[in-house]
Design a protein around this ligand. Structure first.
Ligand SMILES: Cc1cc2nc3c(=O)[nH]c(=O)nc-3n(C[C@H](O)[C@H](O)[C@H](O)COP(=O)(O)O)c2cc1C
Length: 389
């Protein structure tokens, strides 16, 4: 069984993950993992925090001489900003002064602040926001990067690109080829494949920032190399599309998910929507369109998987919205923590990670073994089944 847990606060010492269920013998490429960490920190519209952090993954357990042991893997990411928060985030001792406690009493609309304070019965919103912060996604990207190494052993690769910022959108995002997306450099401002559209997107970000505001966006995840047969139609909770939707919605600020052209499906007729089936000796069954996003009946169908994540405009505003003081119940402006104008490019990288996590879970469920060699035997047997079909 593949599972993982994460722990860590945004301004605490650091972030931790424990991962169970990876086979023995996976070569761990730490540079590849750190590249994903760096990609998560990029993107036009990010705030100052990302200039402080230079995330690097450390492997604490479960790996020896560069290969997984089959035992739990523990990962660690240090929060460099902790040096500025030592007193305020000390595990055991509260600081003497009120200011060093850095309490937050004015919950920010759109964050976990008020709902979390009510639920966990605390008047200091910092006790909620430290964990609710998207800082946690750094360690999920690290776990995702590890699972990408495993998927890569079987020819499965993932990428992402930004297809909308505010009112500016890429035309026909499902038609953008894999090659165009992976040709984007890591330092591309918004990971948009169309340079002209990207400049308009950047203007959109600048306008929002100038108004002390934030702006929403949409990213697309593309996965290639997934064989037909991951996920299942037999139970609601084994459907691949359902699992991907849950994973995508777990990315902070993602408020809607679309598989393939699912949204336009609501205004289409069946003959214009379904992807007709073809067969050729050298490639087997294939489609000429991919409006289903590579998933039919909850099962991967062998085409590219394409999923969109819709990110709301970020909640913390430099020109804050109205709120209420949790003690006095008087009207106050919401608290202002350091914030991004948009984090859509980074959200795409997190989206890649959570997609990899789901695919890894499903892949291990179908082909799992205690060693990579055993997995390979299982996988090759299945590939023979497909080619003999
Ligand atoms: C990579 C990334 C960076 C984020 N940065 C910010 C930010 O700087 N300011 C902000 O208000 N929200 C940011 N968010 C979103 C909040 O974490 C999120 O909106 C909040 O935790 C409430 O959760 P919800 O929007 O899913 O309900 C970011 C999200 C991601 C994925």
């Amino acid at each position: 069984m593949f599972r993982f847990l994460t722990a860590g606060e945004s301004h605490g010492r650091g972030l931790v993950a424990i991962i169970e269920g990876l086979p023995r013998g996976l070569v761990v490429n730490i540079e590849r993992m750190n590249r994903d960490m760096a990609r998560r920190q990029r993107g036009y519209g990010r705030g100052k925090r990302m200039q402080i952090e230079r995330d690097r993954v450390e492997i604490l357990t479960g790996v020896r001489f560069g290969e997984t042991l089959g035992s739990p893997v523990a990962l660690w990411i240090e929060n460099r900003d902790f040096k500025n928060w030592k007193e305020s985030m000390d595990a055991l001792e509260a600081p003497g002064s009120e200011s060093a406690r850095r309490q937050v009493r004015h919950p920010r609309p759109g964050h976990a602040d008020l709902a979390g304070a009510l639920k966990y019965d605390t008047k200091d919103v910092r006790n909620i926001l430290e964990r609710a912060s998207a800082r946690e996604t750094a360690v999920r990207v690290a776990v995702g990067a590890l699972t990408r190494l495993l998927l890569g052993e079987f020819g499965i690769e993932l990428t992402s690109h930004v297809v909308r910022v505010g009112q500016v959108a890429v035309k026909d995002p499902l038609g953008v080829s894999w090659e165009r997306i992976i040709a984007l450099p890591d330092d591309s401002p918004l990971r948009c494949v169309d340079g002209r559209v990207e400049r308009d997107m950047m203007d959109e970000v600048d306008r929002a920032k100038a108004n002390g505001d934030t702006v929403g966006g949409v990213f697309q995840i593309v996965v290639r190399g997934v064989p037909a047969g991951l996920g299942s139609h037999v139970h609601w909770d084994r459907r691949l599309d359902g699992k991907l939707a849950q994973a995508m919605m777990s990315v902070p600020a993602v408020k809607a998910v679309e598989i393939g052209a699912g949204v336009t499906g609501g205004s289409s007729v069946g003959s214009a929507f379904q992807d007709e089936i073809y067969y050729a000796g050298d490639r087997g069954f294939y489609r000429k369109s991919n409006r289903s996003g590579g998933i039919e009946g909850g099962i991967s169908n062998g085409e590219e998987i394409r999923v969109h994540g819709f990110m709301k405009p970020l909640s913390t505003l430099i020109r804050p919205l109205n709120s209420v003081d949790l003690e006095s119940k008087e009207v106050r402006k919401a608290a202002v923590e350091r914030t991004d104008t948009t984090a859509i490019t980074a959200a795409g990288v997190v989206g890649e990670a959570v997609t990899a996590l789901v695919l890894c879970e499903m892949f291990l469920e179908k082909f799992g073994g205690d060693s990579l060699e055993e997995m390979r035997r299982n996988y090759e047997g299945y590939r023979r089944q497909l080619s003999d079909f």
